[in-house]
Design a protein around this ligand. Sequence first.
Ligand code: INI
Length: 198
Amino acid sequence: MAGTEKTKSLRGGLNAAGLRFGIVVAAFNSFITDRLLAGALDALARAGATDEQIETIRVPGSFEIPLAAKKLAATGRVDAVICIGCVLRGETSHYDYVASETARGIQLAQLDSGVPMAFCVLTCDTLEQAIDRAGLKGGNKGFEAGLGAVEMAQLSRKLAGKLARKPAGKPAHVETGKPARNAAPRAARERARGARRR
Ligand code: INI
């Protein structure tokens, strides 16, 4: 029966060995984003990543994160990108535009590039809420994003490996380049056999 433990299951692990990470961090509200960055770096280090495996890029504000993340992904230098920003609600609707376009842009960037992007852009009503999520009561969202990036980078590698080895639903000769035995329809085989006898 489907949905039982016997179905195939695939998940990325939390080992950063052999993986490279990009971190795009906004300078706006750096009091918060620096803490989120520290959390992300801590997570990567705990997963076994060394400094050589990590590249950090700084942008002015959250609105600039998607483009930088997309360009970084396009270099082929990273297996995952961690996007860090902090958008705080002000008195105007500016917050809504920055928050929604940043989220949308990051999602588009990961879908377009195929490189996983962890979303660590806080969208808070108050500075206190942001502080809570950058190391105090709410934990550190940067740390969570770091672990998420490792897991997704691994999962992407596993999926790429699997697809390269065995394309789902394709006949064997597509993979090997050789025609599969008895690949021709039965009628064609019988016609060929008759022609050989004649
Ligand atoms: N950028 C942020 O990262 N957080 C904010 O809270 C914020 N607010 O409130 O304005 C913010 N604005 C700057 C924006 O991201 C761009 O850098 C700017 O609009 C220039 O393109």
